[in-house]
Design a protein. Structure first.
Length: 127
């Protein structure tokens, strides 16, 4: 449980660094969403390190929210890939490949930790 807590804290710090330092956005909705999910991950990580019941709930909530975010991003990437391929024919095929590569990166960066964490938390809730 401590390992997932540390992973949540690292993920929170990484998301904040990437979203506010490396690639900042001028969108208020993006900044609020990023701050909210990073805060939930940090709070869940602290709760998991403390081995508290509320930590499991917050960590589960943040993981489910991140998986929902990942699903929305994947739907948007797939639909943009279809649009690019239909509109720009041969050049669109190259852009479609880039969209698929971005979708694979989104799965790796945003979905793996929450997926494994939810599986772990569901097993601990049963016990």
């Amino acid at each position: 449980m401590i390992a997932f807590g540390l992973a949540d804290l690292f993920c929170s710090a990484l998301c904040l660094w990437l979203g506010f330092v490396v690639a900042p956005s001028r969108s208020l909705a993006f900044n609020l969403g990023l701050g909210g999910i990073s805060g939930l991950f940090a709070l869940g990580g602290i709760g998991l390190i403390m081995r508290s019941r509320w930590g499991k709930v917050v960590a589960g909530l943040s993981s489910a929210l991140m998986l929902l975010f990942t699903a929305v991003i994947l739907v948007l990437l797939v639909s943009s890939a279809a649009y690019l391929k239909a509109t720009y024919s041969s050049m669109g095929q190259g852009m479609t490949v880039i969209s698929w590569l971005l979708a694979a990166l989104v799965i790796e960066l945003f979905a793996l930790l929450p997926w494994f964490q939810l599986r772990f938390l569901i097993r601990t809730w049963r016990d």
